[in-house]
Structure formats: C-alpha cells, structure tokens
Design a protein around this ligand. Structure first.
Ligand SMILES: Nc1nc2c(ncn2[C@@H]2O[C@H](COP(=O)(O)OP(=O)(O)OP(=O)(O)O)[C@@H](O)[C@H]2O)c(=O)[nH]1
Ligand SMILES: [Mg+2]
Length: 608
C-alpha cells in the first residue's frame, strides 16, 4: 500500500550545481519560516566547515508541507569524497531530483549519483538548474543527460525523464522555458505527481532502518532514518538489531518527526515517514529498530569500499601536549571509533603499533574534513601521507583507478598532459570547444592524483577545473614519482630568525615565518632541489659590524608560504608527518634525528 500523505525525495547532483540553494527555495515557499525571518543562504549547510568551504559535507534532511502532503527532502553532498553520504541517503527515499547545471552539464559526480539512483530503481525528475546563467546551453545539456542515461543502460521508462528548468537562486521552476512561472509550484506539483508515496503500512511489524546519527548535548545520541513499516510509540519497548546482536527492551527518551529545519516531538510515529528517536545506547548506522517480541532486521546499509588511507598517530613531537586537550592514544582511538559510528564510508583499523590507527576513506578532502573537525574539538595528533588501498585479486596486486576530467585553457594543455603522464595518466579523450578551452579525459592510478590538485591549480593559474571519478581497480603500475623537491629541515630547536631566513632565499621557499618556534626535524621550507637539506634556521647575526644591519634591511624577505591543512596533506612525502593541534599545523620528518635519516638513506641507496 502506498502512503499518499508522504513523499520522500533526495536531491542529488555534481558538486555546486545548486542542491542546497534549491532546498532554500522550497523551505521559503512552503511557509516554513516566519515572515521577515532572516535566513542565511544555503541554510541546510549548517556545519562550520560547510559554511567555510561553501560545500555540503553531510547529507541532511528537512521536511515541507505542500497541500496535504509532507515532503521529506534529503539534501546530499555533490563532492566525490562524500559519495558515501549519497549512497546511504538513497535508502531513505522513493525518488530523486537530479540537478544539472545548465552550463556545465552532467559531470563525473552526476554519473556516480545517477548510477546509484538507477541501481535502486528510483524514479528521477531531471532539474536543469541555473538557467539564468548567460552561458546556459539548456538544449545541449538536456541531450547530454539523455546520453548519460543511455550510456548507463537505464531502462526505457527511466530515460523518459520528467524535466524542469529552474533558477534555484530566484526560487523559480518552469515546465517549459518562458512559461511565465514565478515560483517553485511546478516543482512541488511534479514531486507529488511523479514520485510515488512510500510503500508502507502502519499495521505491519515495526522496522526502522537507522541511516544517520546526530548528537544533541541535551538528549544525547539521536538515530535518524525511515520508518519502513509499522508505528513507533513513545511508551512501547523495541529491539535494536545490531550487526551480530539483538538487544531487546529498548525504550526511547523522545520520538521526533521533521518539520522544516526543526525536529518536532510526537508520541506516535507513522510508517513511511523519515523520523528520529533519542535514548538508544550504542546504536549504529545500518542497525534496525524493530518490534520488541519478534524483531526482524532490514538489510544493513552498504556503501562502496574506501580507496585511501592515512595513519593517525599520537603526537610525539617535541611540542606535544602543549595545545591539545585530548592527546593520548585512548582519546584518539575513542574519537575515531565514534566517528565511524556516524560515518559509514570510513573504516578504522588498529595498526601493529598501539598508538597508531589506520583510517580508510574516500579521498583527501574527506580526510581533511575529519582532521580539521578533530583539531577543532581539541584533539592533537599526527597524520601520515595518504596512501591508496591496494587489493589482491587472484594473487595479483591491483590499485584503485580514477577518471580525471579537466577543463583547461588551451595554453595549459601541454603542461597538464605532461604532469599527468608523469603520474602514469593516459589521455583517452580530448575536445576543443573552440573558445580557447579544452576538455580532456584521462585514466590514472588514484595514487598519481594524491597531492595533484594543488599543483594543477598552480599550473593553470587557478582557471583549471578538475573532476575525478573512481574507476575500479587495475594492475599495480609500479613506482610513480612523488614530490620532486626535497624539504628544508631545521637542525635544532629555537626561533626562526630573519637573518637565517634571508640566507634561504636561493635555497627554496620557506613555509614558516620569522619568530616561529621550531624543533630539530621540523620541516621549515620546500627546497628547490630533490634532496632534503638540513639547515640552522635559528641562526642569529653576529653583531660585530653595526653598519651591515642596515644592509640586511635592504634585502626583503618574501612572506612564507604557510600551507593550509589541505595543502599540507598534498605536500608531505612518505617519510614525513603532519602534526595537527588545535593551534598549529606543523610538518616534520618521521625520524627527527638527521643522523638516523642519513643512515637510512645510505642503506636505501646501497639496496637500489
Ligand atoms: N546563477 C545561479 N546560481 C545558482 C543557482 N543555484 C545555485 N546557484 C549558486 O551555485 C553555488 C552552489 O550552490 P549550492 O546550493 O551550494 O550547490 P550544491 O549543489 O548544494 O553544492 P554541494 O552541496 O557542495 O554539492 C552557489 O553560489 C549558489 O548561489 C541558480 O539557479 N542560478
Ligand atoms: Mg549543497
């Protein structure tokens, strides 16, 4: 039986095609807000890091009322690293709005999300967004979407997509371009007519699939998901079906439905709705909350396997413990364990060392977001360079591959092709649209892309656009050249001086400013040659000749290139670490002792 009083939809697209903006419009036009209420743009992007980076990181749900129907809307992230969020969100819904930018057209992540939606047989409404862009090419984009669906072998009925044309920013949807619509009513109407209500019945056995976890300082852990069947009542007891155990006697401290941006407490939850409950201990994503007497779990949520890993270690640098609140191995372990409860696309493994954990995820950005969140929470730790996760298929080592799509100015075709081929990239397509820009497609081992993005942006002076898509596994490609430059490494503790910094001008680029506290083994710059150079960056000028101090002032010191966390992750080499604390990001050699590093290098040379 279909419940016609609900519609559950996910909004999916490539990054930045306007999902969260469209949700703003839907919230505003469904009377969610008080009149004159000041609402920030992209109101669903509520996490600090989402606002700072201008992207959605976590899938979130909201609900609007249209006529007599409650529409639950799940806003998903478009960045490839957060693809796991999209995958699990699709468990909540009965249909999807596929947004495609009217100028950019379908891009790699469009392909990914369409593939996932088709696999779940979800009806899709195509929304060509940003039709107000003056470089919009609506007709062509529409055809590209059809091509994509054909390429993905979509069944006939899926290819005949219902289409809408929107300006999400202005909150307008059209059935036909130029039809005079002034609001999103055509979108709401189409959701009601094209997306079916959930198949669910109140009188069946209770089955609630936990798809998301939230934390509230007052009520603790909140489990969010879809009540697939049955009802949930405040005063009844239920069972929690975990991965291998079933815990009976579960009671809730509150039951909620969604209403606009808020959760509303109610006594009885209805089948087919997206709901939340609090008061369940040790609940994990993928668990089912079911009937007290005859529990029946639903299939657990599965997402694609992680492709990169980083080692998280307890900070043992000379400055350890100065800035962090949580610094021990136990803190680190608990925090990471806690993270995977709410993030299905991450895995954490204990390494052979008690104070080091391997964190596996989808990409550098996902890792950077986790690291940044932890440091803001007061954690202090170290991380290694990201590594790809290899597999062994029939005794052969295989490694993850990526498709890279670049859109670059004609003048940069040479350098980008050269850099990618050095990293074992192979060009498989190239198009010249005739307005000075080329699009090219490469396949490349994921390994070759670690740290590549910042280089790409430098090479294209910030004008290049690069998108990647996971492309399965292929035979191991052998060694790939990594960072071409060595590091400038401090040889002793102290403060960076102007005098010593000036002496580095033709040695490379400094990554720390004058006055920074350093320790022996800390990386203070990028050398302009291959091998590392150990330097005394704390040297003071001997004040024997007073006059030369004026001469010193005439040589100007270039400002240091202070790397962000993302840039640091791209920058470090395999024998280096990033020290992360709430106050600082420092780069260091794994082995702080220069003598020992030299001995290792000598040994390596003898072997090769
Ligand atoms: N001109 C124009 N800009 C739009 C429109 N819709 C969204 N934008 C802009 O596009 C940018 C990205 O919008 P978001 O809503 O954050 O896109 P998103 O799809 O949610 O992005 P992710 O969640 O990070 O994948 C913002 O600067 C919006 O203001 C539109 O219809 N027209
Ligand atoms: Mg968004």
């Amino acid at each position: 039986m279909r419940k016609e009083n609900f519609r559950n939809i996910a909004i999916i697209s490539h990054v930045d095609h306007g999902k969260t903006t469209l949700v703003d419009g839907m919230l505003k036009q469904s009377g969610t807000f008080r009149e004159n209420q000041v609402i920030p743009d992209r109101v669903m992007d509520s996490m600090d890091l989402e606002r700072e980076r201008g992207i959605t990181i976590m899938a979130k749900n909201t609900a609007v009322q249209y006529d007599d129907v409650k529409i639950n809307i799940v806003d998903t992230p478009g960045h490839a690293d957060f693809g796991g969020e999209v995958e699990r969100s699709l468990n909540l819904v009965d249909g999807a709005l596929l947004l495609v930018d009217a100028s950019e057209g379908p891009l790699p992540q469009t392909r990914f999300v369409v593939k996932k939606a088709l696999k779940k047989n979800l009806p899709i409404i195509l929304v060509i967004n940003k039709i107000d862009r003056n470089d919009a090419r609506i007709e062509a984009v529409l055809n590209e979407v059809y091509d994509l669906f054909i390429d993905l072998e979509a069944p006939e009925e899926q290819i005949e997509l219902p289409v809408l044309y929107t300006n999400a920013k202005a909150g307008i949807a059209h059935l036909e371009i130029g039809d005079g619509s002034t609001d999103l009513r055509p979108l709401f109407e189409m959701i009601l007519s094209k997306i079916p209500g959930p198949v669910a019945a109140d009188d069946l056995l209770t089955q609630f699939l936990v798809t998301n976890l939230d934390y509230d300082p007052y009520v603790g852990q909140i489990a969010i998901g879809r009540l697939n069947n049955g009802v949930i009542e405040m005063n009844n007891t239920y069972s929690l079906c975990g991965e291998d155990t079933i815990t009976p006697g579960v009671k809730f401290s509150a039951c909620y439905t969604f209403e606009g941006l808020d959760k509303k407490k109610i006594q009885k939850l209805e089948a087919g709705d997206i709901i939340a409950v609090s008061g369940v201990d040790n609940v994990k994503i993928g668990d089912t909350i079911s009937s007290g007497d005859t529990p029946l779990p639903l299939p657990r949520i599965k997402v694609d396997e992680p492709t990169v890993s980083m080692i998280f270690l307890v900070n043992n640098s000379p400055f350890a413990g100065k800035e962090g609140k949580y610094i021990t191995s136990r803190h680190l372990k608990e925090r990471l364990q806690n993270e995977i409860r709410g993030n299905v696309s991450l895995q954490v493994k204990q390494t052979e060392l008690a104070n080091a954990f391997e964190v596996c995820g989808r990409g550098e950005l996902q890792m950077a977001v986790l690291i940044e969140t932890m440091r803001r929470d007061g954690y202090e730790f170290m991380v290694s360079k990201p590594q790809v996760i290899t597999r062994s298929d029939n005794g052969k080592v295989t490694e993850p591959m990526e498709r890279v799509y670049v859109d670059i100015p004609e003048g940069d075709v040479g350098i980008v092709t050269e850099k990618l081929s050095k990293k074992k990239g192979k060009m498989i397509d190239m198009k010249n649209y005739g307005h000075g820009r080329f699009t090219m497609e490469f396949t490349i081992p994921s390994r070759g892309l670690i740290g590549f993005r910042s280089q790409f942006l430098t090479d294209t002076k910030g004008t290049g656009v690069m998108n990647t898509l996971f492309d399965g596994y292929a035979d191991w490609f052998g060694p790939i050249p990594q960072r071409l430059r060595g590091a400038l490494v401090a040889d002793r503790p102290g403060k960076v001086t102007t005098y010593a910094s000036l002496a580095m001008v033709d040695r490379g680029e400094l990554l720390v400013g004058v006055g920074t506290d350093v320790y022996a083994g800390m990386i203070i710059g990028e050398r302009n040659r291959t091998e590392d150079l150990v330097v005394n960056i704390t040297r003071e000028k001997k004040l024997t000749n007073m006059r030369s101090s004026t001469a010193e002032a005439t040589v100007t010191l270039r400002p240091p290139n202070i790397l962000s966390l993302d840039q640091s992750i791209s920058f470090i080499a395999e024998d280096e670490l990033i020290e992360v604390t709430p106050g600082s990001i420092r780069l260091r050699k794994m082995e702080l002792d220069a003598g020992k590093r030299a001995a290792v290098r000598k040994k390596e040379k003898m072997v090769s």
